[in-house]
Design a protein around this ligand. Structure first.
Ligand code: DP6
Length: 353
């Protein structure tokens, strides 16, 4: 059996980053990573298996914006197609699909949408094909095999660890549910459009940095510290480790061969502002700490009572062109929306569906 299904899946922000792929093909990382699943930043994807007599057309992919579908750009459609091939192989199915997908955050925001996008695609395909959970394989593995390793973590809510163990299937697991600790993520957008160097390329270059091996030596202690900080809801400890690991990622990127500079001047200005704010907030027992993924935007993790002050401060800064207020979330969910029912931009009159 199969039917049309829509699933939304969230982005996540890494506390200990995945940086460096031991096996790029199988998406096996050098190190375990830990993230917080978000709630507001998410991708919604509708998937429909096409009838057998239409399969010769192959997979068709649309992106949704302003209430209409447009054919996906070639590079993106190619990644979706490759992921669908992997999903077909792993689930032993041969269907071709119609796929429509949208993001809750603006495409030009410079936020990575691969994790949420490929987690949503994997979950929607499993739903559409009505694959029982026990034969679906691990959703985390299905999401990761898109090539976006961080998607492995987006299929779970709360605080998530992706072990990065090359033995076995390397599936992510939940460390604590969202209800365990209400942390917020206020995102300062300082960059629009795509980053210049993809994460994929960053993972490839990472081992060329002289600091790569040193980080791997430090990580077991850092990972233990992060697990403990989450368990004990110790924001000060978590914040310190969060910033250390962000610095390490960017030091490695900047010292890779050839080097990668993701920061922009506004990135540094935001870091300064967050440090100052943190000193003020500490007096009141609250706090705010920064991290960045492979890009210039700054994620400020903070306690619930600090969110308002953080958002206000960031929004007032020159160079910050937008602020998104996000929080720890519960993971993917089924949606009623049907993105394949939306008109195709410019072709609405033809009723192309
Ligand atoms: C810096 O290979 O998962 O965000 O496919 O672009 O989402 P995308 O990247 P991926 O690498 C993620 C790198 C990171 C750190 C992290 O999320 O762990």
């Amino acid at each position: 059996m199969s039917h049309r299904a829509t699933v939304s899946a969230p982005a996540n922000i890494a506390i200990v980053k995945y940086w460096g792929a031991k096996d790029a093909e199988r998406v096996v990382p050098y190190n375990p990573s830990i993230s917080m699943t978000l709630e507001v930043c998410r991708s919604t994807t509708t998937v429909e298996p096409v009838p057998a007599d239409e399969r010769a057309d192959g997979d068709r992919v649309w992106v949704v914006a302003d209430g209409a579908r447009t054919p996906a750009p070639a590079a993106f459609a190619e990644r979706v197609h490759a992921h669908l091939d992997v999903l077909r192989r792993r689930t032993g199915r041969s269907e071709r699909f119609r796929v429509a997908t949208s993001n809750s955050f603006p495409a030009a925001a410079g936020l990575a949408s691969s994790a949420s996008g490929f987690a949503a695609l994997a979950c929607a395909v499993v739903r559409a094909l009505e694959i029982p959970a026990e034969t679906a394989g691990d959703l985390s593995v299905l999401a990761r095999l898109s090539g976006s390793g961080s998607a492995a973590r987006s299929v779970l809510g709360g605080y998530v660890e992706w072990p990065g163990d090359p033995v076995g299937d390397c599936a992510a697991r939940q460390l604590a549910p969202a209800g365990h600790w209400d942390l917020r993520d206020v995102i300062a957008l300082v960059q629009s459009g795509d980053k210049e160097v993809s994460s994929l390329e960053g993972h490839r270059r990472a081992p060329t940095s002289p600091y790569f091996g040193r980080r791997l030596e430090l990580l077991p202690g850092r990972l233990d510290g992060v697990r403990r900080a989450i368990e004990e809801r110790d924001a000060q400890a978590l914040g310190r480790l969060l910033e250390q690991d962000a610095i390490d990622l960017h030091v490695i990127a900047m010292t890779s061969e050839p080097p990668i500079f993701y920061w922009r001047p506004a990135t540094l200005a935001v870091l300064e502002a967050v440090r100052a704010l943190n000193r003020e907030l500490r007096q009141a027992g609250a706090g705010a700490w920064w991290t960045m993924d492979a890009g210039a935007n700054v994620h400020v993790l903070c306690t619930a009572e600090a969110e308002e002050a953080v958002a206000e401060r960031l929004a007032s800064m020159p160079g910050v062109h937008g602020v998104i207020r996000d929080r720890v979330g519960t993971g993917p969910r089924d949606e009623d929306a049907d993105l394949l029912a939306l008109p195709v931009a410019g072709e609405a009159a033809r009723g192309d569906r």
